[in-house]
Ligand binder design. Structure first.
Ligand code: NAP
Length: 250
C-alpha cells in the first residue's frame, strides 16, 4: 500500500518538485496550494502519470480554518496520513530592518510561522501513536536566512524561518516517543519563482557570490533531501536541520 504524503505549497517550486519525486518513490500525494490551481493540477497529473493517486487542496495556510479543512480533506480522500512536507512560504522584497512595515510583518508571520505551526500541529495529531496514529515523518521548511539573519535584507523572513527551526527541534523531542520523526531542510538560493514573486527577479544572481558551489540550487536538489528525511532511510535522524545550500552559510 502506498504511503500518503501531504505537501503544502505543492503548486510550484520546491513543493512541486518534491511531490513529483515522491510519486516516483511510490507515495500518493495531496498537493496543497494557495492560488495557482493550474500549477497544482499539473503536478497532480504528473503524480498520476507515475501511477500514484493525487488530490489538490486549496488552502491559504495563514487561515487556521483553511489548514484544518485541508487536513480534513486528506482524511476524507485518503483515509490516512504518513508523511507531511510543511513547505508553503512567502518572501518579500528585501527591505532594511528599520523599514519593514507592520502589514508585511503580520503577513510573513501569518504564513511562514503561524501557518506552518498550525499545519505541523494538525499533522502531529494524525501521526502520533498516543492519538491513534501509526507514527510518521514531518519535514519543515527553513532557509539559510534563519542562520544568516537576513543580512541587510529579508530579516523578517529569516526570523520566521529561525522560529521554524526551534519548532522543529521541540517537535522532534516531544514526538519521538509517539513514533514521529521531525526534521527540516535549510535551502540556500534555489531557482524558483519566489524571488520574482517578491519583486526581486535578480535576487539569485545578485547573491550568487555567496555560494561556494557556484550555482543556484534546483528545486530537485531540495526534494532529494526532503524525500530522504521523509523515508525510512533516515530512520535514526530526528531534530536535524539539513543544509541544501551549495555551501552558502558555512
Ligand atoms: P514558490 O515557487 O514561490 O512556491 C511557493 C509555494 O507556496 C507555492 O506553491 C504557493 O502556492 C505556496 N504558498 C505561498 N503562500 C501560501 C499561503 N499563504 N498558503 C498556502 N500556500 C502558499 O517558492 P519556493 O522557492 O518553492 O518556496 C517553497 C518554500 O521554500 C518556502 O517556504 C520558502 O520560504 C522556502 N525556501 C525557498 C528558498 C529559495 O531560494 N527558493 C530558499 C530557502 C527556503 P500558490 O503558488 O498556489 O499561491
Amino acid at each position: 500500500m502506498s504511503k500518503i504524503l501531504l505537501v503544502t505549497g505543492g503548486s510550484g517550486g520546491i513543493g512541486a518538485a518534491t511531490a513529483r519525486l515522491a510519486a516516483n518513490r511510490g507515495y500518493d500525494v495531496a498537493i496543497g496550494y494557495a492560488g495557482n490551481a493550474a500549477g497544482a493540477e499539473a503536478v497532480a497529473a504528473d503524480v498520476r502519470a507515475a501511477g500514484q493517486r493525487a488530490i489538490t487542496v486549496r488552502a491559504d495556510v495563514a487561515a487556521a480554518s483553511q489548514v484544518r479543512a485541508m487536513f480534513a480533506e486528506v482524511d476524507q480522500q485518503f483515509g490516512r496520513l504518513d508523511a507531511f512536507f510543511n513547505n508553503a512560504g512567502v518572501l518579500f522584497a528585501g527591505t532594511r530592518f528599520m523599514d519593514i512595515g507592520e502589514e508585511q510583518l503580520d503577513r510573513i508571520i501569518a504564513v511562514n510561522l503561524k501557518g506552518a505551526y498550525i499545519a505541523a500541529q494538525e499533522a502531529a495529531r494524525r501521526l502520533a501513536r498516543s492519538r491513534g496514529g501509526n507514527g510518521g515523518t514531518i519535514v519543515n521548511m527553513s532557509s539559510m536566512l534563519a542562520k544568516l539573519g537576513g543580512g541587510l535584507e529579508n530579516n523578517d523572513y529569516g526570523a520566521t524561518k529561525a522560529a521554524i527551526e526551534a519548532m522543529t527541534i521541540g517537535m522532534a523531542k516531544e514526538l519521538a516517543g509517539d513514533g514521529v520523526r521531525v526534521n527540516a531542510v535549510r535551502p540556500g538560493l534555489i531557482d524558483t519563482e519566489i524571488h520574482a514573486r517578491a519583486g526581486d527577479p535578480g535576487r539569485v544572481g545578485r547573491l550568487m557570490g555567496s555560494v561556494p558551489l557556484g550555482r543556484a540550487g534546483r528545486p530537485e536538489d531540495v526534494a532529494e533531501a526532503v524525500l530522504w528525511l521523509l523515508s525510512d532511510k533516515s530512520a535514526y535522524t530526528t531534530g536535524t536541520i539539513v543544509d541544501v545550500a551549495g555551501g552558502r552559510g558555512i
